[in-house]
Design a protein. Structure first.
Length: 158
């Protein structure tokens, strides 16, 4: 069972997301319901660690098994979601993940994968484009530039 609940017009989520970077770009996604980009990941299940959740979600959404390098951020946010218009209180753990042992970087600048209930559109967004992109979470638009690994992660694991 996902750790999420709704009370009236408010919703709580506990999420884990994969921060996947390559050559000064971050992998972002959106689905048929979302006009904005976000990071691969999803809700943590009851009794599941955030680390296991981010790996499970990457396997479901991207069809790859990433290696967690380290946790990056623990973020609490409050927002009104653009799609369902609910007011969210969300706790999310962001993990720097390595996909260099997969074929993910060979898919090109953008690609589409079909999941059971959704079609996901993925795009490698250059860090410099994030400030103008319709992208959540907003804090990542600046914090990505404070990540020393963002230019060297691939070479560290090859």
């Amino acid at each position: 069972m996902d750790i999420t609940y709704t009370v009236g017009q408010e919703k709580f989520n506990y999420r884990a997301c994969a921060v996947i970077v390559s050559d000064g770009r971050i992998l972002a996604m959106r689905d048929e319901r979302s006009p904005y980009y976000y990071l691969p990941g999803g809700r943590v299940r009851m009794g599941e660690t955030a680390e296991r959740a981010v790996i499970r979600e990457a396997e479901e959404e991207l069809r790859v098994t990433p290696r967690i390098v380290r946790p990056l951020w623990l973020n609490q946010s409050f927002f009104t979601e653009d799609v369902d218009r609910l007011r969210y209180h969300e706790i999310c753990v962001y993990f720097l993940t390595d996909v260099s042992e997969t074929k993910l970087t060979e898919y090109g600048d953008s690609f589409t994968l079909h999941e059971r209930h959704h079609t996901h559109r993925f795009e490698w967004i250059p860090f410099e484009r994030l400030k103008d992109a319709y992208f959540y979470p907003g804090f990542l638009k600046t914090e990505i530039f404070h990540l020393p690994e963002h230019f060297t992660i691939r070479s560290e694991y090859e």
